[in-house]
Design a protein around this ligand. Structure first.
Ligand SMILES: Nc1nc2c(c(=O)[nH]1)N[C@H]1C(S)=C(S)[C@@H](COP(=O)(O)OP(=O)(O)OC[C@H]3O[C@@H](n4cnc5c(=O)[nH]c(N)nc54)[C@H](O)[C@@H]3O)O[C@H]1N2
Ligand SMILES: Nc1nc2c(c(=O)[nH]1)N[C@H]1C(S)=C(S)[C@@H](COP(=O)(O)OP(=O)(O)OC[C@H]3O[C@@H](n4cnc5c(=O)[nH]c(N)nc54)[C@H](O)[C@@H]3O)O[C@H]1N2
Ligand code: SF4
Ligand SMILES: [Mo]
Length: 695
């Protein structure tokens, strides 16, 4: 039986696994440092996705809005898309067609999708779900370091750290094998400090848990830096030698004296003092953020405050230390480098940079003037669909925004206002089921390509099983559409060929992949970018000698706490935060189809403190109506004293009336355009039951 070494279809840890046998069996790989023989329940059950009964194996189309989706041929489906595209672009201009991608797509697909938008459709209207994911951390690291790469070094650096401050990440549920690196560290005497409004499974493993009000991490970070200054813990020599701009930050954090920060965050002063001492105690410390610190209307500034702290302690650019963001989706890192972002060209180049445009025009064999400029960011794009001035058609590859976008009902209205919605997916997700044309794609183990994991290590995803008849790969779909649109240049359907083009496209850019080959990845177990030549070893730790700004220095930026975009008041007196549970992935389009995962996490719920529940007359297991200014969701109450009294938590993996995103606030960060998924104001009440159904 052939055994194929590959990686998990889900999150950014990209755990190594071997696939083999019939039916396909998953075996964890020992040779991949990220998981070293571990997998989470989603990884163990990943093969079940290959045989889900409602897999789509042929294109579907509806004759008109309101008519049912019916099977059709590939030519018919693709011809209709091409004809409608031409008609809409003739009538409304090139930007009439929008493209929405995903951080789960391989590097090859992400690159080809960006090229398709710019060269075949010549639309500026492309963005992707990564905007909802780590865009605030990306904006903050670009500002501070001149470059955005997830972790500052190999994941094994974590196991030998002296201390790790993890802000807004619940890795025990979102990347379970990641915990090994943290417990390795603790086993060697290192300290884990977790900042989370909930005492999560991760927080329970911590040496110190700080439990702030959602949306107050910036004040906390400034408070920690204030304490570091008063206790003489900042690294003045490093600040002088490797950074710019500390004076302004010093002035701002002066105003964040401990009692004030305790009032804003609810974190007791002794806990803050302890956290700073632990962080400053050894030579190797890391500050890591995940979505809890980033998905805010001031997410970029929040991450910046934490980077300021890291810089003041002299951590970034030293082996084994630094600041890192935990990317989320399987290719959350690579997906943000190769041009599916509204403002970006491949190699992490800026789309409004004339040199970048000239380079890409050369690679693509087109005129630089024909490459469109920057488009709308994800939520702005979704909100513009079908409006007077917005796109009239949307091509969707690898996202399910009906469940995952903020203020989901408004997004549904926009999708329904389109002339044409096309979804490429392997199942009828809630968004695909609203489409006019559905194109069935190959998935994960049925195709090959590369993924860049949270370390910045480029890995090989290998084909292990034959895809069902009637299903095309995303690259085949893009090539067939490019052909029908008479697009110039080459549109290969072979991932290896597309990767070679991507290498040339990225050459000289920040995310330079030009020295990475499939052979090298296989031989070395992955290659870290940047890797500007085949004789270059790759870059596990990018900032050891210099930061990526022209002067080689990191930049401090002073930032002030402003609080959540929507604060609690008499009408909506409770904070809502949202996130994940172990057994479900994202919008649930995949994991809600895998039986053991459904058994483990069958339905949405709201986590609330027993004291709050008592005040509201809610008991464990009751149906609860949770209302915000955007809408109402009905979910099951789960009482736990692990959450603050003033905050409730709803995971966002389910569709329908229990959707967390019926409630969330789409207030956007001014720099990253990240929506505020992690805090809004809600009201709770027991739900009435009519004939046994919660109302
Ligand atoms: N099981 C599972 N694993 C996943 C995913 C999944 O859907 N399911 N998705 C993957 C993806 S794409 C991503 S982005 C990652 C996300 O990984 P994480 O960031 O770890 O996941 P979340 O649950 O979104 O948020 C983490 C924590 O932030 C806390 N939090 C909420 N508000 C705040 C706040 O204001 N401040 C602070 N400090 N903390 C706050 C929440 O209580 C929560 O415990 O997970 C990846 N892995
Ligand atoms: N309230 C709230 N909302 C959130 C978040 C939160 O914390 N709270 N987190 C946000 C974050 S971090 C993220 S990353 C988003 C994610 O949310 P989504 O963008 O909805 O992500 P998925 O559910 O992974 O959707 C991927 C879809 O594409 C399909 N798919 C997977 N791989 C491929 C492929 O290779 N090709 C094609 N054509 N299709 C594919 C899957 O079947 C699925 O239907 O949700 C965001 N929404
Ligand atoms: S932690 Fe992530 S990559 Fe690893 S098995 Fe679980 S879902 Fe897959
Ligand atoms: Mo994400």
């Amino acid at each position: 039986m052939t055994e194929t070494p590959t990686h998990c279809p889900y999150c950014a840890l990209q755990c190594g696994m071997t696939l083999g046998g019939t039916p396909v069996q998953v075996t964890p790989r020992e040779d991949v440092p990220a998981n070293r023989g571990g997998l989470c329940q989603k990884g163990w059950t990943a093969a079940e996705m290959l045989t889900v009964p409602d897999r789509i194996t042929g294109p579907l189309m509806r004759a008109r809005r309101g008519a049912p989706l019916e099977p059709c041929g590939w030519d018919e489906a693709l011809d209709r898309i091409a004809a409608e595209t031409a008609r809409l672009q003739d009538a409304h201009g090139r930007d009439a067609i929008a493209v929405f991608g995903g951080g789960g797509l391989t590097n090859e697909k992400a690159y080809q999708l960006g090229k398709f938008a710019r060269v075949a459709l010549r639309t500026s209207q492309i963005d992707y779900n990564g905007r909802f994911c780590m865009s605030s951390a990306a904006a903050a690291t670009n500002r501070a370091f001149g470059m955005d790469r997830g972790l500052p070094g190999p994941i094994t650096d974590l196991g030998v750290a002296d201390a790790i401050l993890l802000v807004g990440g619940n890795v025990a549920e979102t990347m379970p094998p990641f915990m090994r690196h943290l417990t390795d560290m603790q086993g060697r005497g290192g300290a884990l400090i977790v900042v989370d409004p909930r005492r999560t499974a991760t927080a329970r493993q911590a040496d110190l848990h700080l439990q702030p009000t959602p949306g107050t991490d910036l004040a906390l970070a400034n408070g920690l830096l204030h304490l570091a200054l008063t206790e003489g813990l900042v690294d003045e020599a490093y600040i002088a030698e490797r950074t710019n701009g500390f004076a302004a930050v010093r002035t701002v954090v002066n105003g964040y004296w401990p009692d004030r920060v305790e009032r804003i965050t609810g974190v007791p002063v002794p806990h803050m003092r302890e956290a700073v001492r632990l962080l400053a105690r050894g030579r190797r410390s890391l500050i890591l953020t995940a979505r809890g610190a980033e998905q805010h209307a001031r997410g970029t500034d929040m991450v910046t405050a934490l980077i300021n702290l890291a810089l003041a302690l002299g951590l970034p650019g030293r082996e084994g230390s630094g600041y890192g963001c935990l990317t989320g989706q399987g290719n959350g890192q690579g997906g943000r480098e190769h041009g599916q972002k509204a403002d970006q060209l491949p190699g992490y180049r800026k789309i409004d940079d004339p040199a970048a445009r000239a380079h890409m025009a050369w690679v693509w064999g087109v005129d630089a003037d024909s490459i469109p400029g920057p488009g709308r960011s994800a939520y702005e794009l979704l909100s513009a669909l079908g409006t007077e001035t917005g796109p009239k058609a949307l091509l969707l590859f690898g996202s399910n925004p009906v469940v995952s976008a903020p203020r989901a009902t408004a997004v549904e209205e926009r999708l329904d206002a389109l002339d044409l919605l096309v979804a490429a997916d392997f199942v009828l997700s809630e968004t695909a089921s609203r489409a006019d044309v559905v194109l069935p794609t190959a998935q994960w183990a049925e195709e090959s390509g590369t993924m860049t994991n949270l370390e910045g290590r480029v890995l090989r995803r290998r084909e292990a099983v034959r895809r069902p008849d009637g299903v095309w790969t995303d690259l085949e779909i893009i090539a067939a559409l490019a052909d029908r649109l008479d697009a110039p240049g080459k549109w290969s359907t072979d991932p290896a060929e597309v990767f070679d083009e991507l290498r040339a496209a990225s050459a000289g850019g920040l995310a330079d992949y030009s020295g990475i080959t499939y052979e090298r990845i296989e031989r070395d177990g992955g290659v870290f970018w940047p890797c500007p030549g085949e004789d270059h070893p790759g870059t596990p730790r990018p900032f050891l000698d210099r930061f990526a700004h022209p002067d080689g220095r990191a930049r401090f930026t002073p930032v002030e706490h402003v609080g959540a975009a929507e604060d609690v008041d008499d009408d909506y007196p409770v904070y809502l935060t949202t996130g994940r549970v172990l057994a479900q992935y994202q919008s649930g389009a995949q994991t809600r189809r895998v039986r053991p995962l459904v058994e483990a996490a069958p339905e949405p719920f709201v986590e609330l403190h027993p004291d709050l529940a008592e005040r509201l007359g809610i008991e464990d297991g009751d149906d609860v109506r949770v209302a915000s200014r955007r809408g109402t969701a009905t979910v099951r109450a789960r009482l736990t004293d692990a959450i603050r009294h003033d905050t409730v938590f709803i995971p966002f993996h389910w569709a329908g009336g229990g959707r967390a995103n019926l409630l969330t606030n789409p207030a956007l960060d001014p720099m990253s355009r990240m929506p505020e998924f992690k805090v809004c104001a809600v009201r709770l009440e027991p739900a009435a039951r009519v004939n046994g159904v919660a109302q």
